[in-house]
Each structure stands twice: as structure tokens, then as C-alpha cells.
Design a protein around this ligand. Structure first.
Ligand code: COA
Length: 170
């Protein structure tokens, strides 16, 4: 299995993969399409896992903002991530997350935020975000589900305010 940046040739496979992984629903596949067409899309942060020339996993990280009064900080939102059902539980998701975080760090971003399962993401260093002065109002989720990862030391606690998911998420 290897990881690489998604190309336009992968779009159909990524659509089908997300459809399957999310229980035969299109919502996440359509979300990916909307993000790709938006200004918040960062091509290098759409990463596929490939085995035998088949796309078996995909992660998308894209631009979002944390706003605090007049200040707006550029951060990264992780969503969605999917691994083909036949390949789940083998570390592919973990590899995609680690590669995604490493690319975000290399691009100079400070924080990655997500809404996700509270027993999965902490394995990779995510921690509940509200404890650090980060808020989420667009979606009503429990504290442990709204999570953050600090890419650059000092950013957590420094960047405070409300996470605003862009239009593409709605
Ligand atoms: C979530 C997902 C991406 C994880 O990918 P993966 O390759 O199966 O994960 P890994 O092999 O790296 O990690 C497996 C670990 O995560 C746990 N895990 C997998 N999916 C989980 C989930 N939805 N919730 C909580 N834990 C989960 C497994 O129990 C396993 O734990 P262990 O390491 O303690 O045994 C994959 O299961 C998937 O595509 N699920 C359907 C889509 C989805 O729910 N995406 C996340 C929301 S955006």
C-alpha cells in the first residue's frame, strides 16, 4: 500500500470508496466534490491510499477559519476520511491521518480540527477542543467529539474562537 496525492483520475474511485465506506450513502462523496470546487480546497491535502492500483483509502483536509472578534485564523478541518470496508482495521486510516498531519505541518498550519469519534482520533494525538477555548456553533456535538490537533507548539491556547466550517459543508 502506498499513499499519494489525489489526481482528477481518482475522483470516481474516491466517490465510490466514500459511498461504500459510509454505508451506501452519497453525502460524504458529495461533500468532497463541493470542497474540491471551493477556494478552501488544498490539492496536496487530498490523499489516497492505493493497493494493487486500487484506491482503498482517502483523506481530505481543507481550509477553515477560527474567528475571534475581528481576527480570523486559517486552520485545517479534517473531513472526511474513508477506508474501503475490506481494508479497515489494518492501519490504513492511521497512515492517512499521519501523512495528512505531516503535510499540514509542512505547509505551516497551526491546528487541525474535526468532528469525529472520540475513541479513534485521540490515538493520533487529537484532544477535545473546547477545553482550549475553541468553540463550535454550526453543529451541536458533545465536547469529546469536537477535537483538535496541535501542529505547531504554542498554537493550542493561542488560537481561540469559533471554528467556522466553510459553505461547502452545508
Ligand atoms: C474510520 C476509518 C477511516 C478508520 O480506518 P481504518 O483503516 O479502519 O483504521 P485503522 O486500521 O488505522 O485503525 C483501526 C482502529 O480504529 C478503530 N476504529 C475504526 N473505525 C472506528 C470508528 N468508526 N470509531 C471508533 N473506532 C474506530 C478500530 O477499532 C481500531 O482500533 P485498535 O487500533 O485499537 O484495534 C474506517 O473505519 C472507515 O472508513 N469507516 C467508515 C467511514 C467513517 O466512519 N469515517 C470517519 C468519519 S469522517
Amino acid at each position: 500500500m502506498h499513499l499519494r496525492t489525489e489526481t482528477a483520475d481518482d475522483y470516481q474511485e474516491v466517490f465510490d470508496l466514500n459511498y461504500r465506506a459510509f454505508g451506501n450513502r452519497e453525502d460524504e462523496s458529495r461533500l468532497i466534490e463541493r470542497i474540491r470546487e471551493s477556494a478552501d480546497f488544498i490539492p496536496e491535502l487530498s490523499i489516497v491510499a492505493v493497493e494493487n492500483e486500487m484506491v482503498i483509502g482517502h483523506i481530505l483536509l481543507s481550509g477553515a477559519k477560527v474567528t475571534d472578534g475581528t481576527a480570523a485564523h486559517n486552520v485545517i478541518a479534517l473531513a472526511p476520511i474513508a477506508v474501503h470496508p475490506d481494508y479497515q482495521g489494518k492501519g490504513v486510516g492511521g497512515r492517512l491521518i499521519e501523512e495528512g498531519l505531516s503535510r499540514c505541518k509542512a505547509q505551516g498550519y497551526g491546528l487541525v480540527l474535526l468532528i469525529g469519534h472520540p475513541s479513534y482520533y485521540p490515538k493520533f494525538g487529537f484532544t477535545p477542543a473546547r477545553a482550549f477555548g475553541l468553540e463550535l456553533k454550526q453543529f451541536e456535538v458533545p465536547d469529546e467529539v469536537f477535537q483538535v490537533y496541535e501542529l505547531q507548539e504554542g498554537q493550542l491556547g493561542d488560537i481561540k474562537g469559533e471554528l467556522r466550517y466553510p459553505e461547502a459543508f452545508f
